[in-house]
Design a protein around this ligand. Structure first.
Ligand code: ADP
Ligand code: LRH
Length: 491
């Protein structure tokens, strides 16, 4: 039995999915799911990177015990985070998690020396306080000893791939998210690197999604008692993989990758570096087959995840279906937040922040759990409407509906409310977008699919797509106006 293996390391969990083709139908099997919790130490938030490597090895052992022969494997994870490798080839320290506070204020301070038009004109990347450029600048400001020892820079999937293969490469889709890669030059932006005082020599050759990236080291094979497996560079940025899996038919389509983050936008052939794109703070992240994702980050279900955790710490454990059930019963359209208010970025208790936000904006603060969850989900749906309108304005396209992929589509209430808020159908599926996009690019690399469009066709035929039609339109239209007034979201 020949399969391929996708590792997708999300914030809600890490998973290893086996993929097989049964004639022209994709079959997937979840081989292993494991926590991917960051760890706090001395006030800093870090990746538990070696534990993840351990879990990835457990997946390889499970494949072995099932008698599965792996034709290849690939890794994707979230953007911007990285590890530094010293001259001896060892990882220096534990990689920082992007939600660590060491980047607080760095973006603002750096903008004096490097103006937003200068950075955006070179990278096309939206201004997020945790972009790699600001993480490196924070380490520089703190005179981190790691910077003195560093010899190579690897993004998280590059790093895990290096642990498995011994080969160091930087993968393209993730490289673009650093805000240090210049898509016009097709290389790292040496001027930006020089400006923040980071040596260009740390940054290696950039592999396109679909390129071969080595194979498992003899030491890894020996430890696990397995034969070697080729490793492929896919769109190692999870959002790149998720968008690769959107089962679109129309070449011009709108998507929402709905997981811990909500990433909304459209696919383009080239980066859009206009003044308007910069003003609206859209991004141009590199994708599969020379595509770009013109999109905007929305804080997403992170706020609900953290609220759930807050209540768990307080002794009340509620499942997602329970939380959604409570929201459904709570009164409609009473208070909203702008999910992208900076206060919601850091981990920790969310309900005090939500209540503060509502009070500060002259709204009644939600008290009961159902009211809080309703406030979060309605606010997300309304923010989707806002960002979809911006995407249409910026791209010049009018979209007939919205594709939603990612674990968030299990939240049927959110899918329905999103359709109602945008006034267009939502096509939801597949839920494991990133892992399936990861598999798809491996099959492109194997020559099984000619390109991303053939892959999307097979994904469409293999996974159900649930359709949500808008309803209760007048009430949502009215709510949208009031949401914008409450949150101060301008034209
Ligand atoms: P990640 O970005 O971490 O990979 P996922 O795509 O796995 O995220 O999506 C995680 C989100 O999916 C959770 O924050 C949660 O809101 C939602 N979710 C997960 N399971 C369920 C469920 N059973 N019902 C409704 N929503 C769910
Ligand atoms: C989603 C994601 C997103 C990034 C963020 C750091 O998982 O990769 O595209 O902006 O995490």
């Amino acid at each position: 039995m020949t399969s391929i293996l996708a590792y997708d390391l999300g914030a809600s969990s890490g998973r290893a999915l086996l993929g097989r083709l049964n004639s022209r139908t994709i079959e997937t099997e979840e081989l292993h799911r494991f926590p991917n919790n960051p760890v706090q130490v001395r006030g800093r938030l870090h990746w538990d990177i070696l534990r993840l490597l351990h879990e990835m090895k457990q997946a390889l052992l499970k494949a072995k015990h099932r008698g599965v022969t792996l034709q290849s494997l690939a890794i994707d994870s979230w953007a911007v985070d990285f590890g530094l490798i010293g001259r001896s080839g060892e990882l220096l320290g534990n990689p920082y998690h992007y939600r660590d506070t060491h980047t607080d204020g760095v973006m603002e301070n750096l903008s004096v020396q490097l103006t937003p038009p200068y950075i955006f004109g070179r990278t096309g990347i939206q201004f997020l306080p945790f972009n790699t450029i600001y993480q490196l600048a924070a380490m520089k400001r703190d005179d981190s000893p790691l910077l003195r020892e560093a010899d190579r820079f690897l993004m998280i999937p590059d790093l895990l791939r290096y642990f498995l293969t011994g080969d160091m490469y930087n993968e393209f889709s993730n490289a673009t998210t650093t805000q240090l890669y210049n898509p016009l030059r097709g290389d790292w932006d040496t001027d930006l690197l020089a400006a923040i005082g980071i040596p260009a020599s740390w940054f290696g050759p950039v592999l396109q999604p679909g390129a071969g990236a080595g194979e498992l080291l003899p030491s890894v094979c020996g430890e696990l008692g397995i034969a070697s497996v080729p490793v492929i560079a896919v769109a190692e940025h999870d959002t790149g993989s998720a968008v690769a899996a959107v089962p679109a038919t129309d070449r011009s389509f709108a998507y929402l990758s709905c997981g811990t983050w909500s990433l909304m936008g459209t696919e383009t052939d080239r980066p859009v570096l206009s003044e308007l794109a910069q003003q609206l703070n859209f991004t141009n992240e590199g994708g599969v087959g020379g595509t770009y994702r013109l999109l905007k980050n929305i804080m997403g279900l992170w706020i609900l995840q953290e609220t759930k955790r807050e209540w768990e710490r307080g002794g009340t454990t509620l499942s997602y279906p329970e939380l959604i059930g409570l929201a459904e019963q709570a009164p409609a359209f009473t208070a909203w937040i702008d999910p992208d208010d900076a206060r919601f970025l850091a981990p920790g208790d969310m309900t005090p922040r939500i209540r503060d936000y509502c009070r500060e904006t002259g709204q009644r603060a939600p008290e009961q759990p159902g009211e809080v969850v309703r406030c979060i989900l309605e606010s997300l749906a309304l923010k989707y409407r806002y960002v979809l309108e911006l995407t249409e304005r910026l791209s010049g396209n009018a979209f007939s509906g919205l594709h939603m992929v990612g674990g968030g589509i299990q939240n049927k209430l959110l899918c329905q409310w999103s359709a109602s808020a945008i006034g267009k159908p939502v096509w939801a599926g597949p839920a494991e977008g990133s892992a399936i996009g990861n598999l798809a690019v491996q099959w492109i690399a194997h020559g099984v699919f000619a390109d991303i469009w053939e892959a999307r066709r097979v994904i469409r035929e293999s996974f159900p797509v649930e359709v949500y039609e808008p309803n209760n339109r007048e009430a949502w239209e009215d709510a949208y106006g009031r949401f914008r007034t409450a949150t101060g979201l301008a034209e």
